[in-house]
Ligand binder design. Structure first.
Ligand SMILES: N[C@@H](CCC(=O)N[C@@H](CS)C(=O)NCC(=O)O)C(=O)O
Length: 210
C-alpha cells in the first residue's frame, strides 16, 4: 500500500488526484503543521530532507517526493494518463509537467515563506513572486487546449490545474484572466471518480471558491 503524507488542499492534493485518476489506493497521513517546528515536521523531515508535501512512501519503503516524479511513476502503470509517445501532445505534456514544477511551484516556495529567503525584504519578495506567477499562468493558459488541459482526454496534468486553480491568486482571478484554465479546472472538477478526493481537499468549483 502507498502512504501519502500531506495536508488537505495543499500540494499533496495534486498527488491524491493523480492516484485517484489512476485507481491506485493509498493511505493518507495528515501532517498539518509540518512547516513549523514540531512533531509533524520531524516525521516528514526524516522521510524527505526538504520537508515538503507531497511525500509518498511506496510499499517497499522507498520514498518519493516531487509531484512530477510521482506523476512519472504513476505513468509506469497507467500510461493512458498521458498522450501517446511520439505524438505532439506527448511533448506538450512533458514540457508542461516540468514547466509547472520548475517555474510555478517555486513562486509558492518563496512567496509562502518569504522571511526564510529574504529576511530584509520579505514583502518585496512575496509581491514579486505573486506578480510573476500571474504572468506564468497567463502563458500557461495560452498553451492549454480544452476541454481537458491537452484536449479530449484527461491526463495527469489536469491534476495540477484543478488543484492550483484554488490557490493564489484564487479562482476569481483565474476566471477573469485565464478563462481556459478556469474552464478546464471546472471540467475536471465534475469528474465522478474525483468527487470524494476533491471534497476531502476542499477543492470546490469556481462558483464556490473565492
Ligand atoms: N517541487 C515540489 C514542491 C512541493 C511543495 O513546495 N509543497 C509545498 C506545499 S504545497 C510545501 O511543502 N511547502 C513547504 C516548504 O516548502 O517548506 C513538488 O512538485 O512536489
Amino acid at each position: 500500500m502507498l502512504t501519502l503524507y500531506g495536508v488537505p488542499g495543499w500540494g499533496s492534493a495534486i498527488s491524491e488526484v493523480m492516484l485517484t485518476m489512476a485507481e491506485m489506493p493509498y493511505h493518507f497521513v495528515n501532517v498539518e503543521g509540518f512547516d513549523e517546528p514540531g512533531p509533524q515536521h520531524d516525521v516528514l523531515e526524516q522521510l524527505s530532507p526538504l520537508c515538503q508535501v507531497p511525500t509518498l512512501r511506496l510499499a517497499d519503503g522507498t520514498i518519493m517526493s516531487e509531484s512530477a516524479a510521482i506523476a512519472l511513476m504513476i505513468l509506469d502503470t497507467r500510461p493512458d494518463l498521458a498522450p501517446p509517445s511520439g505524438s505532439p501532445q506527448r511533448a506538450l505534456f512533458q514540457r508542461l509537467l516540468i514547466w509547472i514544477v520548475a517555474n510555478v511551484y517555486p513562486t509558492f516556495t518563496y512567496a509562502d515563506y518569504p522571511q526564510r529567503f529574504a529576511p530584509d525584504a520579505p514583502e518585496q519578495l512575496q509581491n514579486s513572486c505573486i506578480a510573476f506567477r500571474k504572468t506564468l499562468y497567463q502563458w500557461l493558459d495560452r498553451q492549454l487546449v480544452g476541454p481537458y488541459a491537452l484536449g479530449d482526454n484527461v491526463t495527469l496534468l489536469d491534476a495540477y490545474i484543478v488543484v492550483m486553480r484554488t490557490w493564489g491568486p484564487r479562482a476569481a482571478w483565474f476566471a477573469e484572466n485565464t478563462p481556459r484554465l478556469s474552464a478546464i479546472a471546472d471540467h475536471i472538477a465534475q469528474r465522478e471518480e474525483l468527487q470524494a478526493v476533491l471534497r476531502n481537499n476542499d477543492i470546490l468549483t469556481a462558483q464556490n471558491a473565492n
